[in-house]
Design a protein around this ligand. Structure first.
Ligand code: FEO
Length: 166
Protein backbone atom coordinates (compact mmCIF):
# COMPACT_ATOMS: atom_id res chain seq x y z
CA UNK A 1 0.00 0.00 0.00
CA UNK A 2 1.17 3.53 -0.80
CA UNK A 3 0.41 6.83 0.94
CA UNK A 4 -1.55 9.34 -1.12
CA UNK A 5 1.61 11.50 -1.20
CA UNK A 6 3.54 8.66 -2.87
CA UNK A 7 0.67 7.92 -5.27
CA UNK A 8 0.61 11.60 -6.29
CA UNK A 9 4.38 11.69 -6.73
CA UNK A 10 4.41 8.52 -8.88
CA UNK A 11 1.46 9.87 -10.88
CA UNK A 12 3.56 12.96 -11.65
CA UNK A 13 6.37 10.72 -12.82
CA UNK A 14 4.00 8.65 -15.00
CA UNK A 15 3.06 11.95 -16.63
CA UNK A 16 6.74 12.82 -17.11
CA UNK A 17 7.51 9.40 -18.64
CA UNK A 18 4.74 9.97 -21.20
CA UNK A 19 6.11 13.45 -21.84
CA UNK A 20 9.57 11.88 -22.32
CA UNK A 21 8.09 9.44 -24.84
CA UNK A 22 6.47 12.36 -26.66
CA UNK A 23 9.76 14.30 -26.64
CA UNK A 24 11.68 11.38 -28.16
CA UNK A 25 9.00 10.81 -30.78
CA UNK A 26 9.43 14.47 -31.83
CA UNK A 27 13.20 13.90 -32.00
CA UNK A 28 12.56 10.84 -34.18
CA UNK A 29 10.55 13.09 -36.51
CA UNK A 30 13.47 15.55 -36.66
CA UNK A 31 15.87 12.76 -37.69
CA UNK A 32 13.39 11.32 -40.22
CA UNK A 33 13.36 14.78 -41.80
CA UNK A 34 17.17 14.78 -41.95
CA UNK A 35 17.25 11.26 -43.55
CA UNK A 36 19.21 9.95 -40.57
CA UNK A 37 17.29 6.70 -40.27
CA UNK A 38 19.61 5.12 -37.67
CA UNK A 39 19.18 8.07 -35.31
CA UNK A 40 15.44 8.06 -36.01
CA UNK A 41 15.42 4.36 -35.07
CA UNK A 42 17.35 5.08 -31.85
CA UNK A 43 14.79 7.73 -30.86
CA UNK A 44 11.90 5.42 -31.69
CA UNK A 45 13.37 2.79 -29.36
CA UNK A 46 13.80 5.52 -26.74
CA UNK A 47 10.10 6.37 -27.22
CA UNK A 48 9.13 2.72 -26.67
CA UNK A 49 11.31 2.52 -23.56
CA UNK A 50 9.64 5.58 -22.04
CA UNK A 51 6.21 4.12 -22.77
CA UNK A 52 7.27 0.94 -20.99
CA UNK A 53 8.54 2.95 -18.00
CA UNK A 54 5.17 4.70 -17.75
CA UNK A 55 3.41 1.33 -18.02
CA UNK A 56 5.56 -0.16 -15.26
CA UNK A 57 4.68 2.72 -12.91
CA UNK A 58 1.03 2.64 -13.97
CA UNK A 59 0.81 -1.06 -13.04
CA UNK A 60 2.63 -0.51 -9.75
CA UNK A 61 0.16 2.18 -8.64
CA UNK A 62 -2.79 -0.05 -9.60
CA UNK A 63 -1.35 -3.15 -7.96
CA UNK A 64 -0.74 -1.29 -4.70
CA UNK A 65 -4.30 0.02 -4.52
CA UNK A 66 -3.69 3.57 -5.77
CA UNK A 67 -5.47 5.43 -8.54
CA UNK A 68 -3.67 6.56 -11.67
CA UNK A 69 -4.68 10.02 -12.84
CA UNK A 70 -3.52 11.25 -16.23
CA UNK A 71 -3.36 14.86 -17.34
CA UNK A 72 -2.87 16.70 -20.59
CA UNK A 73 0.66 16.46 -22.00
CA UNK A 74 2.72 19.54 -22.81
CA UNK A 75 3.80 19.85 -26.44
CA UNK A 76 7.35 18.60 -27.01
CA UNK A 77 10.05 20.63 -28.74
CA UNK A 78 9.97 19.93 -32.48
CA UNK A 79 12.81 22.03 -33.90
CA UNK A 80 16.56 21.54 -33.45
CA UNK A 81 19.55 23.14 -35.08
CA UNK A 82 21.92 20.15 -35.17
CA UNK A 83 22.29 16.45 -34.45
CA UNK A 84 24.56 17.22 -31.51
CA UNK A 85 21.97 19.57 -30.03
CA UNK A 86 19.34 16.79 -30.09
CA UNK A 87 21.55 14.38 -28.17
CA UNK A 88 22.67 17.09 -25.73
CA UNK A 89 18.99 17.81 -25.04
CA UNK A 90 18.45 14.08 -24.57
CA UNK A 91 21.19 13.93 -21.95
CA UNK A 92 19.75 16.95 -20.13
CA UNK A 93 16.34 15.33 -20.22
CA UNK A 94 17.66 12.07 -18.79
CA UNK A 95 19.51 13.94 -16.03
CA UNK A 96 16.20 15.55 -15.10
CA UNK A 97 14.57 12.10 -15.02
CA UNK A 98 17.35 10.83 -12.74
CA UNK A 99 16.81 13.73 -10.38
CA UNK A 100 13.07 13.05 -10.30
CA UNK A 101 13.58 9.34 -9.60
CA UNK A 102 16.02 10.24 -6.82
CA UNK A 103 13.36 12.49 -5.29
CA UNK A 104 10.83 9.66 -5.46
CA UNK A 105 13.30 7.35 -3.71
CA UNK A 106 13.92 10.01 -1.02
CA UNK A 107 10.17 10.15 -0.38
CA UNK A 108 9.87 6.33 -0.26
CA UNK A 109 12.73 6.25 2.25
CA UNK A 110 11.25 9.05 4.37
CA UNK A 111 8.01 7.06 4.53
CA UNK A 112 9.91 3.81 5.17
CA UNK A 113 7.96 2.26 2.29
CA UNK A 114 10.10 -0.74 1.36
CA UNK A 115 7.76 -1.85 -1.43
CA UNK A 116 8.22 1.47 -3.22
CA UNK A 117 11.96 1.49 -2.57
CA UNK A 118 12.43 -1.93 -4.17
CA UNK A 119 10.27 -0.87 -7.10
CA UNK A 120 12.21 2.38 -7.62
CA UNK A 121 15.56 0.60 -7.43
CA UNK A 122 14.97 -0.71 -10.97
CA UNK A 123 14.57 2.86 -12.28
CA UNK A 124 17.71 4.07 -10.55
CA UNK A 125 19.71 1.30 -12.22
CA UNK A 126 18.01 2.05 -15.54
CA UNK A 127 19.07 5.72 -15.33
CA UNK A 128 22.75 4.72 -15.17
CA UNK A 129 22.36 3.05 -18.59
CA UNK A 130 20.16 5.86 -19.95
CA UNK A 131 22.71 8.58 -19.18
CA UNK A 132 25.72 6.49 -20.22
CA UNK A 133 24.37 5.50 -23.65
CA UNK A 134 23.58 9.11 -24.61
CA UNK A 135 26.93 10.25 -23.21
CA UNK A 136 28.76 7.83 -25.54
CA UNK A 137 26.86 9.12 -28.57
CA UNK A 138 27.67 12.74 -27.66
CA UNK A 139 31.37 11.87 -27.26
CA UNK A 140 31.44 10.26 -30.72
CA UNK A 141 29.61 13.20 -32.30
CA UNK A 142 32.12 15.62 -30.80
CA UNK A 143 35.03 13.49 -32.01
CA UNK A 144 33.92 13.56 -35.67
CA UNK A 145 33.52 17.37 -35.58
CA UNK A 146 30.74 17.43 -38.17
CA UNK A 147 32.49 15.10 -40.65
CA UNK A 148 29.79 13.62 -42.96
CA UNK A 149 31.38 10.17 -43.26
CA UNK A 150 31.73 9.92 -39.49
CA UNK A 151 28.11 10.97 -39.06
CA UNK A 152 26.94 8.22 -41.43
CA UNK A 153 28.96 5.65 -39.50
CA UNK A 154 27.32 6.70 -36.22
CA UNK A 155 23.92 6.65 -37.94
CA UNK A 156 24.53 3.07 -39.13
CA UNK A 157 25.52 2.03 -35.63
CA UNK A 158 22.33 3.49 -34.12
CA UNK A 159 20.26 1.62 -36.71
CA UNK A 160 21.10 -1.60 -34.86
CA UNK A 161 19.39 -0.65 -31.61
CA UNK A 162 16.39 -2.86 -30.79
CA UNK A 163 13.70 -2.62 -28.13
CA UNK A 164 13.93 -4.96 -25.16
CA UNK A 165 10.79 -4.71 -22.98
CA UNK A 166 11.50 -3.70 -19.36
FE1 FEO B 1 12.12 6.85 -18.36
FE2 FEO B 1 14.60 7.77 -20.04
O1 FEO B 1 13.78 7.57 -18.40
Amino acid sequence: MLSQKLVDAINDQIQYEYYSAFTYKAMQAYFEGEDLTGMANWMNIQFQEEMSHAEKMFNFVCETGGKVELKQLDAPRNEYSSVLEVFEETLKHEQEVTSRINNLMDLAQEEKNHMAQIFLQWFITEQIEEEASVGHIIAKLKRIQGDGRGLMMIDQELEKRTFAPA
